[in-house]
Design a protein around this ligand. Structure first.
Ligand code: SF4
Length: 236
C-alpha cells in the first residue's frame, strides 16, 4: 500500500476522527510558548504520522508534497541526531508548523505529573542506552554525552487544568495502539511498533518515496554512522 492509499484507508476507517477524540481527551492548559519542550524529536504512532501528512502535506491533487527546504531540514536532523541534540525540525520561527496535528507526546508534555515525567525520561534513557550498546557492540562507536544525557526538564511554567499520571498516559497510548492495529489488519502498516520517530517516519514515508531511488535508507544510515565515526575519531 502506498502512502496515499494508507491515508485513504485511514479516512475510510474513521481513524483520523478517532485520533481527534484521543487528542480531545488530553486536559487543556496554558503554555507560555518558550518552546523548550520542542528541542528534540518525538515518537509517534503510524496513524498520527498519516494524520500529519493528510493535514499539512497534501497538494490540490491529493498527492503528498514536501518542500525542498523542509526535506533538507528533516534530513539534516536525521543525519545529525547521533552527534548533536537538536531542536525539532518542525519548529519554525518559535512555532510548531504542524501544531493542529502534533503527536501525542507534544500534547501531554506539560500535563504529566512529575512522577510520570520522570518515568518517561527513564524510559528514554533506557532507549538511548540500548542504541549506545548496539552501536558500540557492532562498530565500537560511542554516542556523545550531549546526546545520551540530553534532558529537557519538567515544565514548571505550564498552567495545568489537570494532570496525567502514568496510568492515564498509558491509557491514551493504548488507544493509539488500537488505531494502528486497525490499520495493520487492513494491510496499511507492516509493523505495530509504537517507536516510530517523527523525523524517521517522514524520512521513510515521504522523503525516500519522493527521491526516486537516488537516495535510499542504507545510504542514509551509512552517512549517519560516518558522522558519528568522525566525532569518535575527533575525541580520541
Ligand atoms: S512536532 Fe511541534 S510541538 Fe512537537 S516537538 Fe516538534 S515543533 Fe514541538
Amino acid at each position: 500500500m502506498n502512502l496515499k492509499q494508507k491515508i485513504e484507508v485511514s479516512e475510510q476507517l474513521g481513524l483520523f476522527k478517532s485520533l481527534d477524540l484521543i487528542y480531545k481527551a488530553v486536559p487543556s492548559g496554558t503554555c507560555d510558548g518558550c518552546t523548550r519542550c520542542c528541542h528534540e524529536s518525538v515518537n509517534l504512532s503510524n496513524v498520527e504520522g498519516l494524520n500529519i501528512i493528510a493535514t499539512y502535506f497534501l497538494n490540490q491533487e491529493g498527492d503528498v508534497s514536501v518542500t525542498k527546504d523542509r526535506s533538507d531540514r528533516l534530513l539534516r536532523f536525521f543525519l545529525r541526531e547521533w552527534v548533536d541534540a537538536m531542536k525539532c525540525p518542525f519548529l519554525e520561527g518559535e512555532k510548531c508548523s504542524i501544531y493542529q496535528a502534533r503527536p501525542l507526546p507534544c500534547r501531554i508534555f506539560g500535563n504529566r505529573t512529575e512522577e510520570a515525567y520522570a518515568e518517561n525520561f527513564r524510559r528514554i534513557q533506557l532507549q538511548n542506552q540500548s542504541v549506545q550498546r548496539s552501536l558500540f557492540k557492532s562498530e565500537g562507536l560511542r554516542l556523545p554525552r550531549r546526546v545520551t544525557a540530553h534532558k529537557i526538564g519538567y515544565c514548571q511554567s505550564y498552567v495545568r487544568t489537570s494532570t496525567l499520571d502514568e496510568e492515564a498516559v498509558n491509557a491514551l497510548y493504548d488507544r493509539l495502539i488500537q488505531l494502528d492495529s486497525r490499520l495493520y489488519f487492513e494491510g496499511g502498516i507492516e509493523d505495530l511498533s509504537m517507536n516510530a520517530h517523527l523525523v524517521g517516519f517522514f524520512v521513510d514515508e515521504v522523503i525516500l518515496e519522493q527521491s526516486f531511488e537516488i537516495v535510499n535508507r542504507t545510504l542514509l544510515d551509512e552517512l549517519k554512522r560516518e558522522m558519528l565515526k568522525n566525532i569518535n575519531v575527533a575525541v580520541k
